[in-house]
Unconditional design. Structure first.
Length: 519
């Protein structure tokens, strides 16, 4: 009969495969052990052989010897018990951190901070492909992402290398440039988007208000009812002007961003991952309302301070009103820029846009060429886009007009602004009557009502948009297409005429230079 010592020695040798499996399990459980958050069954993922501390091996061996040696028969049941004890020992043991240069899954909030990406690349010794994978991991970390994360990163890295972006430092510089240009694009987007509303606001302040007053027969001392009517009537064209520009904006800025690419510039699986970042109706309404209050509220605070200082200096009330009439639309354009820039930044933090989407683009090579172009070329590109927007504002005007009066968004915009400005006019008039013409009281009541209007407008427009996010009037779209087709036909016809005249003049140069081809 074997002694206990010989039995323990043979048993320990027989369960060596279990110990090896346990060591691999420890490597997976170890912080940073596998090097990524991608599960073992992720396509293309590979386990990295990382050694376990010898003290853990000794503890596991003791647990195995104790379990197997406690019985005279080393049965399968004993082996299963040994495996269970191995897991307990591994879970209770303190597994040291073994650094790896493989990037882990990161959040959009981190990888959109280029300083963080640069630090991680330097700290972990990542090459270009590793840094690319680190940034892309904010997208590829989803367990259902049908893509080999490493292979995808290497493919995109090869595109970067072919365009001269061959180090992590150059990649980070390119990402910074893309973020800077996208902030500029967001500012231009906001300026163009607010131009319709603020342009109509300027018209009403300088001319339209008097026209409405004459139309409703307002006297020298208007009543609350007359002021409510004036505000309600003024809100309708303001509501139309805020929606009528949407089709032109959509066409102009559809592909204006590097880090907010259109769906057709991304793989389908990336679009699916991006869709999970979409806000709910309540979240979008709160976001839009808060941004309206913040940006336009700051504009109104400056208006309030300017009017107060002008009145305190002894300026006539008529002059104070004129200053405010000009400050309103000009400040509104800057508020519109701020609204869009803040929205872009918040979308980036939430993961709906950002540098991972730039590196995932199917047209990455073209984007790199544009980013590597000179500052003069970039400025020229912005100028061309501005000129295109002027053209889009004309060709998309029919679609915008139909959208403003036939879609839920357009109708909601008019109704909310009509009711809102009626309350603003009433609040200002009532405060003036109660305070016997005190300017501070009048302006304070007006701006308080405007703040409520801004938040309500954001909520209402979000609800209308989420109810019908692709709201397009077919008739308006057809009208725009007809205009586009007509302009294209005229351009083609003109080109044909010029070519025929040129060919005819060249052919008959020696015979009859003055002969013209009949069209």
């Amino acid at each position: 009969m074997k002694t206990d010592l010989s039995l323990q020695s043979e048993s320990a040798s027989s369960i060596r495969p279990l110990l090896t499996a346990a060591q691999q399990e420890a490597s997976r459980q170890q912080p940073g052990g596998s090097g990524t958050d991608i599960p073992p069954d992720f396509p293309g993922s590979e386990e990295l052989p990382i050694p376990v501390d010898p003290s853990i091996q000794n503890e596991v061996a003791q647990q195995v010897i104790f379990t197997v040696g406690s019985s005279s028969d080393a049965t399968q049941h004993n082996a299963e018990q040994a495996a269970a004890r191995i897991n307990v020992a591994l879970n209770n043991a303190e597994i040291p951190h073994i650094p790896t240069n493989q990037p882990g899954a990161e959040s959009h909030r981190f990888v959109n901070q280029i300083d963080y990406v640069e630090h991680q690349a330097r700290k972990n010794g990542l090459d270009l492909a590793g840094t690319t994978e680190l940034v892309l991991s904010a997208i590829t970390k989803k367990r259902d992402a049908p893509i080999n994360a490493r292979a995808f990163a290497e493919r995109q890295a090869r595109i970067l290398q072919s365009k001269g972006v061959d180090t992590p430092e150059k990649l980070c510089a390119m990402l910074r440039e893309a973020k800077k240009l996208d902030l500029i694009a967001a500012g231009c987007h906001g300026l163009a988007g607010s131009a319709g509303f603020n342009g109509m606001s300027a018209f009403l302040n300088l001319t339209g208000r008097d026209v409405i007053a004459d139309w409703i027969g307002m006297g020298d001392k208007p009543t609350l009812g007359e002021m409510a009517a004036m505000g309600g009537i003024a809100g309708v064209p303001l509501g139309v002007s805020d929606v009528v520009v949407d089709p032109a904006l959509e066409r102009t800025f559809h592909d204006a961003y590097y880090t907010r690419p259109p769906a057709e510039s991304l793989p389908e699986w990336v679009n699916e991952a991006r869709a999970s970042k979409t806000l709910t109706t309540a979240q979008l309404g709160h976001l839009m309302g808060t941004l309206f209050v913040g940006t336009y509220g700051a504009r109104n605070l400056l208006r309030f301070a300017t009017s107060g200082l002008a009145a305190a200096s002894g300026a006539p009330l008529a002059l104070v009103g004129t200053i405010d009439d000009y400050f309103d639309p000009v400040g509104g354009c800057f508020a519109g820029m701020g609204f869009r820039v803040l929205r872009h930044i918040l979308d980036e933090k939430r993961g709906e846009s950002g540098v991972p989407y730039l590196l995932a683009r199917t047209d990455l090579a073209d984007c790199i060429d544009a980013l590597n172009s000179s500052n003069a070329a970039k400025a020229a590109s912005m100028g061309i886009r501005a000129a295109k927007h002027l053209g889009n504002s004309v060709t998309r005007l029919p679609e915008g007009l139909f959208k403003s009066v036939t879609t839920l968004e357009g109708i909601a915009s008019q109704m909310i602004l009509a009711a809102g400005f009626a309350s603003v006019f009433v609040a200002r008039t009532a405060a003036g009557e109660a305070s016997h013409g005190n300017l501070v009281a009048e302006e304070g009541a007006k701006y308080a009502a405007l703040m409520a209007l801004y938040y309500g407008y954001g909520q209402g427009m979000a609800a209308a948009h989420m109810h019908d996010p692709n709201s397009k009037n077919v008739l308006g779209a057809k009208a725009s297409e007809g205009i586009d087709s007509g302009m294209q036909y005229m351009a083609d016809r003109l080109g044909m005429v010029l070519r025929r005249r040129s060919n005819a003049a060249h052919a008959s140069h020696d015979e009859d230079p003055g002969q013209e081809d009949e069209v």
